[in-house]
Design a protein around this ligand. Structure first.
Ligand code: SF4
Ligand code: SF4
Length: 276
C-alpha cells in the first residue's frame, strides 16, 4: 500500500452490508478507547451506533462490513467507493464472502426453494461475494469477527501516515510467541493454525482449543500436508472438506483445498495424499 496522508480530524464511516453486525460490535466493544478515538476522528456514519449520514457523504476512511449479496448491495458499494478516500473491508463476510458464501457451493438459486416458501420474493445475487469482487479495496482486515486490536492498529497507521501492517503469517507464529502449548502436537487436535493468518492473538489455542480458521488462509499454507496429518489423527476427508468450506469458503485457497479433499471422500481405499 502506498504512503498516505490524512487530515488531522479524519471523517470515518462504518457501513453494514450482508452480515451479522459482529464486526461493527468490535468497534463498540472498545468502550472508553472508542471515546478516545472519537476525539481524533469524526464518525459520520455508523449503522450499529445510530449515526447515519447519506452514503454519498465524502469520508477519509470507510470501513465496510458484510458481503455483497443483493443488487442493492452492488449499487451501494459503488457509491461508497466513489466517496471514500480509503476503503477498508472488515471481517470474513467482507473479505471472503463469509458464512453466507456457503450458498455459492450449492446449485445456484435452487437452494432458495429449499429454504423459502416463496423464493421469487427473495432479492439476491447468484453468489455472496467479497467486497473486492466489486470495487477496489485498500486494506482487508480478516476475521470473524475482526478484532478490536486490528481495527485500532489500522486507524493508527492511517492517521500516522504509515502503511498498515498486513497479517499474512500463519497463526502458529503468534501462538508460539505467546508461549501457548500446541494442541496439535500434544493432543492431536485438528488445529488449523498452520494454515490460518494471524490477527486474533491466538485466542483459541490460548484457551486450549484448536483454531478453526476464522481469520482466513495464511500465505504459503500447505493444505495437503496439513490434511495428511489430520488423516493420521483419524479425521475423515469429509470432515477435512468441512473445515475448509466453512467460514471462509469463498477464499480461493479454502475453496481449492476443500475441492481437493472432496476428491478423497467416499473412497475407503484412498487416505489422501501423503505429507510433503
Ligand atoms: S465476519 Fe463474522 S462477525 Fe463479522 S459480520 Fe460477518 S459473520 Fe458477523
Ligand atoms: S496450537 Fe495450533 S496455532 Fe498453536 S502452534 Fe499448535 S498448530 Fe499452531
Amino acid at each position: 500500500m502506498a504512503k498516505i496522508t490524512l487530515p488531522s480530524r479524519s471523517r470515518v464511516a462504518v457501513h453494514k452490508f450482508s452480515s451479522c453486525d459482529g464486526c461493527q460490535l468490535a468497534f463498540l466493544n472498545a468502550g472508553n478507547d472508542l471515546l478516545t478515538l472519537a476525539e481524533r476522528v469524526q464518525f459520520v456514519h455508523f449503522a450499529e451506533a445510530g449515526i447515519s449520514a447519506p452514503i454519498d457523504t465524502n469520508v477519509d476512511i470507510a470501513f465496510v462490513e458484510g458481503s455483497i449479496s443483493t443488487a442493492e448491495d452492488e449499487t451501494r458499494i459503488a457509491v461508497i467507493r466513489a466517496h471514500s478516500r480509503y476503503l477498508v473491508a472488515i471481517g470474513a463476510c467482507a473479505t471472503s464472502g463469509g458464512v453466507q458464501a456457503l450458498r455459492n457451493l450449492g446449485r445456484g438459486h435452487d437452494w432458495l426453494a429449499e429454504v423459502y416458501p416463496n423464493p421469487d420474493q427473495i432479492d439476491s445475487l447468484d453468489a455472496a461475494c467479497p467486497v473486492s469482487d466489486y470495487v477496489r479495496v485498500d486494506l482487508e482486515l480478516w476475521g470473524c469477527p475482526v478484532s478490536e486490536r486490528q481495527l485500532f492498529a489500522a486507524i493508527a497507521a492511517l492517521l500516522g501516515h504509515v502503511a498498515p501492517k498486513e497479517h499474512n503469517d500463519a497463526l502458529c507464529m503468534a501462538c508460539k510467541a505467546r508461549g501457548s502449548v500446541c494442541v496439535l502436537v500434544t493432543r492431536d487436535e485438528p488445529c488449523m493454525g498452520p494454515l490460518t493468518r494471524t490477527g486474533c492473538g491466538a485466542l483459541c489455542p490460548d484457551f486450549g482449543r484448536a483454531c478453526y480458521g476464522c481469520f482466513g488462509p495464511s500465505r504459503n499454507a500447505n493444505h495437503l500436508s496439513w490434511g495428511a496429518r489430520m488423516r493420521e489423527f483419524g479425521v475423515t476427508p469429509e470432515s477435512i472438506v468441512r473445515r475448509f468450506h466453512m467460514i471462509n469458503s469463498g477464499a480461493q485457497d479454502c475453496l481449492d483445498a476443500g475441492d481437493t479433499w472432496r476428491g478423497f471422500c467416499h473412497n475407503p481405499k484412498i487416505d489422501g495424499p501423503s505429507k510433503s
